[in-house]
Design a protein around this ligand. Structure first.
Ligand code: EPU
Length: 419
């Protein structure tokens, strides 16, 4: 198992390129199950989760070739409809194969993903939607089974905005008979990226990026070549880190609109954000002001950036309040930040953070993906050495994080640990 060792207190300076988006890549790879023919998906981030999705597709009978940031997928004639527990338990996003499998093969049996460190994460809205489209659903022995000769169009209103729920039903609807309307759909850019991929393969999806998405079912989708959008959460993580004293970072390859909600908050903190020809440049504030945030579905402040923003607020000059509205247990980083000298009080779904002069480096433990990223930021801010254990969480969502931070001048290394 690896650990990441950080010597904090150095400003970040320089430029880096944003990798492909994990949360766009996963549904797009799952969507290849709908196609007949060969696809080539480009700009994939080199992440454990992308490999897991590749393994899952291979296990379902697709031919997969992965090299560098490209995956070739050949989805002709596969028959297997079972996504087994062994793979699904390592990655919740495996549930994204449910919609495509039932649409393409008429049946699917997918291990229930269960909860995770950040919350219970139910999928009843995915199932309710498939049922409205004519699927017979059975949940038994830890698996969900869905069956339908051919799904039919339906109008589906989501009670809660759900990202993978919207994606699952949007994918299923592309091969359904008739028209499906998804109301109160998620508006995340990753939804639009998936819709663009589906449309490039011959689907008829309109309205992605708004809360009403209309999908006219077609007989079949073909394969093709598609390049995944950049990762706005990775970009956001680096923008937050660039607020540490004396830093100036240019992020390349990310449109401003994807990080606007965050950028506005970072400007309130005193940072200077400039949209330049070759990227977004952030210059750290002289005095880091405390700012409150409240997480919300896109275009609001992303829950996936809440932990990282909190790490920054631990060294702000004053008190801030962070409210987490999406997941019920997404404060796992708080205990670790407190071990580094942060002053944080939890009150229900709110955290009150009283900024301290400095954090102090300590051995700490990564608990989930974004919490881990927040610990890296805390380590960069801290005086002395921070050792982050269980970094496999980070590797699920950040490509070469230590190399990218090193390129910006940080002292970060990965160390192999033998027990
Ligand atoms: N929800 C329900 N019922 C459902 C589905 C969702 O009650 O059937 C609730 C959830 O419990 C949660 C809220 O709806 O309270 C939103 O959950 P959502 O379904 O949108 O989350 P998700 O689709 O499982 C994706 C990302 C997450 C990200 C969330 C929110 C992927 C693969 N995952 O999860 O990413 O936090 O949307 O933006 O796209 C990460 O990358 O670290 C990560 C966790």
């Amino acid at each position: 198992m690896d650990k990441i060792v950080i010597e904090g207190g150095r400003p970040l300076r320089g430029k880096i390129k944003v990798s492909g988006s994990k949360n766009a890549a996963l549904p797009i790879l799952a969507a290849t199950l709908l196609t007949k023919g060969k696809s080539e998906i480009r700009n994939l981030p080199g992440l454990a989760d992308v490999h897991t999705m590749g393994k899952l597709l291979k296990d379902l009978g697709l031919k997969i070739q992965l090299w560098g940031s490209k995956m070739k997928v050949h989805a002709n004639g596969y028959q297997r409809h079972i996504a087994a527990y062994e793979l699904v338990k390592t990655m919740r996003a495996s549930v994204l194969v449910l919609g495509p499998l039932v649409a393409r093969l008429g049946k699917a049996k997918v291990s229930l993903p269960g909860g995770c460190a950040i919350g219970a994460r139910p999928i009843q809205l995915h199932l309710k939607g498939l049922e409205a489209m004519g699927a017979k659903i059975k949940v038994e022995h830890g698996y969900v089974e869905a069956e339908a000769k051919r799904l039919h169009g339906a109008t589906i209103h989501f009670d809660t905005v759900t990202v993978t729920g919207t994606e699952n039903l949007m994918m299923a609807a592309t091969l359904a008979e008739g028209t499906t309307v998804l109301e109160n759909a998620a508006r995340e850019p990753e939804i639009t990226d998936l819709a663009n991929f589906l449309n490039a393969m011959g689907a008829k999806v309109r309205g992605a990026g708004t809360s009403t998405i209309t999908i006219e079912g077609v007989e079949q989708l073909q394969g093709g070549t598609y390049s995944v959008m950049p990762d706005r959460i990775e970009a956001g993580t680096f923008l937050i880190a660039a607020c540490l004293p004396g830093s100036q970072v240019l992020l390349q390859g990310i449109p401003y609109e994807y990080v606007e909600a965050l950028s506005l908050k970072l400007q309130d903190c005193g940072a200077k954000v400039e949209v330049k020809k070759d990227g977004i440049q952030l210059s750290a504030p002289k005095k880091l002001k405390p700012v409150d945030i409240s997480t919300a579905p896109y275009p609001g402040f992303a829950t996936d950036l809440q932990a990282q923003f909190m790490a920054l607020m631990t060294v702000a000059e004053g008190t801030s309040v962070i409210r987490e509205n999406i997941f019920e247990n997404r404060f796992m980083h708080v205990g670790e930040l407190i071990r580094m000298g942060a002053e944080i009080q939890l009150e229900g779904n709110s955290a009150v953070i009283r900024g301290v002069k400095a954090l102090s480096g300590a051995p700490i433990m990564a608990t989930d993906l974004r919490a881990s990223a927040s610990l890296v930021i805390a380590g960069l801010a801290a005086q002395g050495i921070t050792e982050i254990n269980r970094v496999y969480h980070i590797d699920r969502g950040y490509e070469k994080i230590e190399k990218k931070f090193r390129k910006l001048g940080a002292r970060v290394k990965r160390v192999k640990v033998r027990y």
